[in-house]
Design a protein around this ligand. Structure first.
Ligand SMILES: NC(=O)c1ccc[n+]([C@@H]2O[C@H](COP(=O)([O-])OP(=O)(O)OC[C@H]3O[C@@H](n4cnc5c(N)ncnc54)[C@H](OP(=O)(O)O)[C@@H]3O)[C@@H](O)[C@H]2O)c1
Length: 288
């Protein structure tokens, strides 16, 4: 049994809490900014009522065995004080976020060798602070080092697909390539149906090609036909499906533009790979 704290109990943090509860192995501590008296997660198979201790101030935190951070990328600085209290005895921190800079983002708060970067595939949204809809199965991509393996093991019996990979870099850039296309619909303010348009399709291929070129320059191994696969994936989504960047824009929340498009542009500059499409998308979305 492990005592596990989750910081960032939104869509993904709640899905993770429900998975961990389903193992019937762990004690959960949910760290929230406002009291969270109950939490229900509707998964594709069943509805899970999560049992936990809730704390709303870092000063209430006792040391735990694991900390899982599942905030939006731009909220990383706000987690520092939670990490400081929860990790007083050296607990490792698993960062479940999009982007390719998990360790860099948390380097000021946790020693790099205690950070486990995690990529999650799972469509989920919050209907209300205490109610989350998980719309599909969960797959976690975790680096296959010692700490990553032990993080994967806390999900034993949960039903989540755990993929331990010796090449986390490629997994993270592959996901970034998929996410890069989402910035087009976020800019247009239109759901996935927009990808059916031929011209938008060509623009999508250009955006994803740039991301893949930067990823390869950084060292990721990415299929040559990844841009075509990404476009086909978006064209297969229900026409009204909304990616998280667009969802944030429509809800008036900040968008993870820096961790997603910003990273493509930054790494492109570092490796002398031109990224004109992504640079334009970044400036336009940031102007919004
Ligand atoms: N949702 C998806 O389908 C999906 C799929 C794959 C990957 N991801 C990635 O997973 C990450 C999390 O996304 P999400 O959709 O779960 O975001 P979300 O629903 O917006 O949840 C983020 C949570 O973090 C909390 N938070 C922020 N700062 C905090 C702080 N200082 N202390 C405590 N809690 C804090 C927020 O609390 P408040 O309620 O107080 O604002 C919110 O509950 C992102 O990087 C996202 O790109 C999401």
């Amino acid at each position: 049994m492990a005592r596990i704290a989750i910081v960032g109990v939104g869509a993904i943090g709640s899905v993770i809490a429900a998975l961990l509860q389903s193992t019937e192995q762990h004690e959960l501590v949910l760290c929230t900014r406002r009291p969270l008296p109950r939490l229900d997660v509707e998964t594709p198979g069943r509805s899970i009522h999560v049992h936990y201790t809730n704390i709303t101030a870092p000063s209430q935190a006792q040391p735990v065995d694991w900390v899982i951070v599942a905030t939006k990328t731009y909220d990383a600085p706000g987690t520092a004080v939670w990490i400081e209290h929860l990790c007083r005895q050296g607990a490792p921190v698993a960062v479940i976020q999009n982007g390719v800079e998990h360790r860099e983002r948390f380097a000021s708060y946790v020693p790099a060798d205690r950070i486990v970067p995690v990529i999650i595939d799972c469509p989920a949204e919050r209907r209300a602070p205490d109610s989350v809809h998980q719309r599909g199965p969960v797959e976690l991509f975790i680096e296959a080092d010692t700490l990553g393996r032990s993080f994967g093991m806390i999900f034993d019996g949960s039903g989540a697909q755990i993929t331990l990979t010796a090449d986390f870099l490629s997994a993270a850039w592959r996901k970034l390539c998929i996410n890069s296309a989402g910035s087009i619909s976020a800019l247009l303010g239109k759901p996935a149906g927009v990808f059916q348009d031929e011209a938008i399709g060509r623009a999508t291929l250009d955006v994803v090609r740039e991301c893949a070129a930067v990823g390869r320059a950084v060292g990721a191994i990415l299929d040559e036909d990844l841009p075509q696969k990404v476009l086909a994936q978006y064209r297969n989504f229900p026409v009204d499906s909304v990616n998280s960047l667009l969802a944030d824009r429509l809800a008036g929340r900040p968008m993870e533009t820096d961790a997603r498009i910003g990273a493509i542009v930054r790494f492109g500059q570092q490796h002398s790979i031109p990224t004109p499409c992504n640079s334009l998308l970044l400036s336009l979305l940031e102007a919004i």
